[in-house]
Each structure stands twice: as structure tokens, then as C-alpha cells.
Design a protein around this ligand. Structure first.
Ligand code: PMP
Length: 398
């Protein structure tokens, strides 16, 4: 008998498949707007100087490589809570919020999913349609009932009314996943007014929000992007937040993130954290230390923190300028209005509104690589190539 004979092959990640095709393309004019990492003007995903400096110090002074505890690096947890919830947030002094370090934002989502499955049985989780595809597979793997609320209409516009309408019909107690900023894959974010309305529905329906915060600093700024997270943490006694340091610290492969819990009282927070440590023990035992130590060093040092803040701001502004630049480059083709949403969107991604067949033509005729949904990674563009890109888009839109 073969134990493995009946095992099928899982189709590869379509975005990574796109990257393979891009690498194999010999056209020197090729553009990779597929993969979801930040890139600078040279097409490189840089390591921030603040990270390099902190790493240098760590190499010199790190005393041990012994395990860190189940909740990870305590200094990292404290600093990250302040970054996410605000340095002077009263919840922190009152012991009403805690961070459990995880391998990246993905690890935080998985831990949240396992926590919900184990401790809140029967609850469904509601995801925006569309959402980051890994949300779908993580929560399904955790055994949760995965449901969807509409987010973007057929006209490629944010449809808040449809979203609210759907949330109003979500069973009481279910979990609703919200993107704090820089919605992946669409780039469409809720306005502050929209967030207030979502909060009202969450309260009325007694839903538990799980806020995915993977792009702090890439939207309107480090503090501004946390606005909705802080509103929800102030207004709701119970809340889950997943935070990722992959993009804003450039620590992708160091797997640095946290699951933040806001609880009604200190005792309950300790209870919940004991459950999280138990679940984490079965998933990864203790989290990887290096990235968290880097983040703790940067956020805990005034000079490094200032340098890092400037570096995040430079990344954010580069993306914002590329958005404006692309729409300006589309203007001579009479397409500025049709693609005006690109400047209204936030973060690295843009749902361009290009169809699958237009995306295919962009790839075949112009070596411009986008995901078939029409999602473009704006950070993959470069100032010098915007005219080429605009021309290519104009030709496939004819
Ligand atoms: N959430 C969203 C919406 C994301 O786009 C990502 C990264 N692509 C993550 C979470 C997780 O990122 P990581 O595990 O690399 O920190």
C-alpha cells in the first residue's frame, strides 16, 4: 500500500506563478506590478537604515539565543502596543490590552483563528469580498465558518452601503474582519465617517471585530492609519487586532508581528493571554526573536525611531506620488477621469478596474505583469516608466 498515492497537488500561488513568468521574460521594458512587496525606485525591496543600525547593535550586544517566552519579546510587545494604540492610550496603563508576538501578521491571523475556533465555538468570520486570499484559507483551515460581506461593487467603487447592509444581517456574536488601512487587494479604504457607521453596526449586532493592520504608515501616516483601530479600541470593550512589521519595517522574512487583544478587564486579559500562549505553543512554541528585537530597539531609541519614521514616510510618499503620476500620465490619453480612483486609493495596491483580458494583453504585448483581478502593486512602478505604462494601459483600453 502507498501512503502517499492519493495525495493531489495543490495549485501554486498564482501571484508567485506571475513572478516566475516575469523573471523568464527577456523584454527589458518589463514591469512587475504583481508581487505584494514594497519596491524603491530601483525596483529593490530595501532594508531601512534604521533596521540596519539596530541589527548592528544587536549583533554586538545580544546576550543569548535562548528561547523567548510564549508572548515573545516583552519590550517589543510594549512598544508595538504604543505604536498601534497610541503612546498615551489609557488602555495600556490600565492593563486592558496585551500583545502576543507572532511570526508576522500571518501568524497573528492564524493564532486569532485558532483562538476563535477553540474559545468562541460556532462563531462565523465575515471577510470583505474581495480580501487578501490568505484570509480565506487561514480561517477555513482553523475550521471557522467563512462568510463574506460586499466591499467593492461591479463598477469598481467602494460600496459602503452594501457593506453596512450585509453587516446588519450578520448573526450576533460573529467575527467581522476589517482592514485597518490600505485594503488588500483593492486599495479602497473607509472614510472616518464610514468607520463610525461600521462601529454602530458592530455595537448593535454585538459583533467581534478582528482588525488586520498590515500596512501602518503606508496610507496617510503612522498615526493617521491607526485612527480606526484606536476608535474601536476606545469604544468597544473587546477587540482583536493583528499587526505586521513586514512592510513598514521591511522585515518581511524575519516574520515579525503580533496579535493584540483588548479585553474588558485585566483579569480577563490574563485569561485570554494564557489561552493564546497555549495555542501558540502548539503552533510555533515561541516566536522568532530577531525581527522583534530590531523593532523594539528602533521604537525604544529616539534617534532610530526618528530615522525609521522618516523612512516609512518616504515609502508612503513614493507610493502616493506614483498614484498621482500614473493618473497624470493617463490624462493625455483621455483616461484621467476613468482612473481617478487610483489617487483616492491608499497603500501599495490598486484595484485598477482593468479586466482579466486587458491584464492578459498588458502582459503579452507590453510585458506589464498584474494579477488577473486587475490588482496592481503601485510600488512596482517607477517614475521613469509611467509614460510607458500609461501608453500600454491606453492601448488595451481602446
Ligand atoms: N494581512 C494582509 C492584508 C496582508 O496583505 C499581509 C501581507 N501580504 C498580511 C496580513 C501578513 O503579512 P506578514 O505575515 O508578512 O506579516
Amino acid at each position: 500500500m502507498s501512503h502517499f498515492a492519493a495525495i493531489d497537488r495543490v495549485p501554486g500561488d498564482p501571484i508567485l506563478g506571475l513572478l516566475d513568468a516575469y523573471r523568464a521574460d527577456s523584454n527589458p521594458a518589463k514591469l512587475d506590478l504583481g508581487v505584494g512587496v514594497y519596491k524603491d525606485a530601483l525596483g529593490i525591496t530595501p532594508i531601512p537604515y534604521a533596521v540596519k543600525l539596530a541589527e548592528r547593535q544587536l549583533v554586538e550586544h545580544e546576550p543569548t539565543k535562548s528561547y523567548i517566552g510564549g508572548h515573545g519579546d516583552a519590550a517589543f510587545g510594549e512598544q508595538l502596543l504604543r505604536l498601534v494604540l497610541g503612546a498615551d492610550n489609557a488602555l495600556l496603563g490600565a492593563g486592558l490590552a496585551g500583545a502576543t508576538q507572532t511570526p508576522g501578521g500571518t501568524g497573528a491571523l492564524r493564532l486569532a483563528g485558532d483562538f476563535i475556533a477553540a474559545q468562541l465555538p460556532g462563531r462565523g468570520i465575515w471577510l470583505s469580498a474581495p480580501t487578501w486570499p490568505i484570509h480565506e484559507s487561514i480561517f477555513a483551515t482553523c475550521g471557522l465558518r467563512v462568510e463574506h460581506y460586499p466591499y467593492v461593487g461591479a463598477d469598481n467603487r467602494l460600496d459602503v452601503e452594501a457593506m453596512l447592509d450585509a453587516l446588519q444581517r450578520v448573526p450576533a456574536g460573529d467575527v467581522v474582519l476589517l482592514h485597518a488601512c490600505c485594503h488588500n487587494p483593492t486599495g479602497f479604504d473607509l472614510s472616518q465617517h464610514d468607520w463610525q457607521r461600521v462601529l454602530e453596526v458592530v455595537k448593535a449586532r454585538e459583533l467581534l471585530p478582528l482588525i488586520d493592520f498590515a500596512y501602518q504608515g503606508f496610507g496617510d501616516g503612522l498615526e493617521q492609519d491607526a485612527w480606526a483601530v484606536r476608535l474601536f479600541a476606545a469604544e468597544l470593550p473587546e477587540l482583536l487586532i493583528t499587526s505586521s512589521c513586514s512592510k513598514n519595517f521591511g522585515l518581511y522574512r524575519e516574520r515579525t508581528g503580533a496579535l493584540i487583544v483588548r479585553a474588558e478587564n485585566f483579569e480577563k486579559l490574563i485569561d485570554i493571554r494564557s489561552q493564546l500562549a497555549f495555542l501558540a505553543r502548539n503552533l510555533w512554541s515561541t516566536p522568532p526573536a530577531h525581527g522583534a528585537a530590531v523593532v523594539a530597539s528602533i521604537l525604544g531609541d529616539a534617534q532610530l525611531r526618528t530615522l525609521w519614521t522618516e523612512e516609512v514616510e518616504a515609502m508612503r510618499l513614493r507610493i502616493a506620488n506614483l498614484r498621482n503620476g500614473l493618473v497624470s500620465a493617463l490624462a493625455p490619453h483621455g483616461l484621467a477621469e476613468r482612473f481617478a480612483h487610483i489617487t483616492a486609493q491608499r497603500g501599495m495596491f490598486s484595484y485598477t478596474g482593468l479586466t482579466a483580458s486587458q491584464v492578459q494583453r498588458l502582459r503579452q504585448e507590453f510585458s506589464v505583469y498584474l494579477v488577473s483581478s486587475g490588482r496592481a502593486n503601485v510600488a512596482g512602478m517607477s517614475e521613469q516608466r509611467l509614460d510607458y505604462l500609461a501608453d500600454a494601459i491606453a492601448q488595451v483600453c481602446r
